[in-house]
Design a protein around this ligand. Structure first.
Ligand SMILES: *Cc1c(COP(=O)(O)O)cnc(C)c1O
Length: 354
């Protein structure tokens, strides 16, 4: 008996539809880093394409490759973590959209673009306060000018201007948006008017209409993962798409051992802090071992199903609720689930709930 992650594709469809309705006329980029936040790119991506998703945010080249394998060239794929000239070369060969926020990388792209068949599509990133690879405001004009000149040479096409915000405090986000506006204005003064301006991820895309611009990059909400210290998934109209389930493998007096542990990606800090769901009601998770963990065993027998998180447990046992109990975010719980945990999908891939 081993744990499995049960992914509900109908719930995923539902969330995509809710996102579409909420973001109005903005383009929707589905963010799929870390194998679609642990849920599995091969099963989810065809579904997303059927639902009309035309942009995928892949983070890095290996993830982009997995997206291509799943859905061919049905979507544009945006990557923003390029770490070497080899990475750049492969990204260009794969015809990806490149997020560029570093002068050296811009030159790597220019070098490689000379042998490309068509202009390389770039999205210039301005740092608006997070200090994660973006052109700093003082280097912004030079970067835009350089990219513009490379565009005039026919080597690249400036498709977008973008940034990333923390979505933790309203004031910080407002400041970031003001910096973004200044960057756009400077670009305009230099003759660069990108078709796609993008700034917001899940939370701001829902809560702050003026942060949506032309495109929103959404990961967590597509998977029904709500922010910590924010509205619940239910309040947002979203459904959690996964249940992490396992079984009781041994009962010894007061302790039932369940087949899941830190090797499966269950964070050991959850021991003593959460309850899991059983047919007999919630049970305290007492400790997390490497491949087995212990729960309060009263009334349980070998073979009983145990729901670590997801629908069907008692109360709010979402990944976000688990995360909150140890001071992290729901995404962190989801992406930790090890590849050795089997993923199952319902309805079966290809079938659609009506
Ligand atoms: C992860 C990520 C997103 C998506 O964030 P969510 O909060 O999961 O929607 C968007 N943009 C960038 C640059 C990211 O790294």
């Amino acid at each position: 008996m081993s744990p499995r992650l049960e992914v509900d594709l109908a719930a995923f469809d539902h969330n995509l539809a809710v996102i579409r309705r909420t973001i109005g006329s903005a383009e929707f980029m589905l963010v799929v880093k870390d194998d679609a936040y642990g849920h599995g790119i091969p099963a989810l991506l065809p579904r997303a394409v059927t639902a009309g998703v035309r942009w995928v945010g892949a983070f890095d080249v290996p993830t982009a490759r997995a997206v291509r394998r799943a859905v061919g060239s049905a979507t544009r794929i945006f990557v923003w973590m390029l770490s070497s000239p080899d990475d750049v070369a492969e990204a260009i060969d794969l015809d990806l959209d490149l997020g560029i926020g570093d002068p050296e990388l811009l030159e790597d792209v220019a070098d490689r673009a000379r042998t490309a068949l068509s202009p390389v599509r770039v999205h210039l990133k301005i740092d608006t306060g997070l200090h994660r690879n973006g052109f700093r405001p003082e280097g912004w004009d030079a970067a835009v000018r350089r990219a513009r000149d490379l565009e005039r040479e026919g080597l690249m096409q400036i498709v977008g201007v973008w940034s990333h915000i923390a979505e933790a405090s309203r004031q910080d986000d407002d400041d970031a948006r003001a910096a973004f506006e200044r960057g756009l204005e400077n670009a305009r003064d230099l003759g660069v008017v990108p078709a796609l301006r993008h700034l917001s991820a899940s939370s701001a895309s829902f809560a702050r209409p003026d942060f949506r611009y032309d495109l929103v990059r959404i990961g967590a909400f597509a998977y029904g993962i709500a922010p910590t210290d924010g509205p619940t998934a239910t309040a947002l109209g979203l459904r959690p798409i996964a249940r992490l389930v396992t079984r009781v493998v041994d009962v010894d007096e007061d302790i039932a051992r369940i087949a899941i542990g830190s090797l499966d990606g269950l964070l050991s800090t959850l021991g003593g802090r959460i309850e899991v769901g059983t047919a007999h009601g919630p049970r305290r998770l007492l400790f997390v071992g490497s491949s087995e963990s212990g729960i309060d065993g009263a009334g349980l027998v070998i073979g009983d199903e145990v729901v670590v998180y997801g629908p069907g447990t008692c109360g709010e046992h979402t990944a976000t609720a688990l995360a909150q109990s140890i001071g992290t975010i729901g995404e962190e719980i989801a992406v930790r689930i090890s590849p050795r945990v089997e993923r199952t999908y319902s309805p079966a891939t290809g079938e659609r709930a009506s």
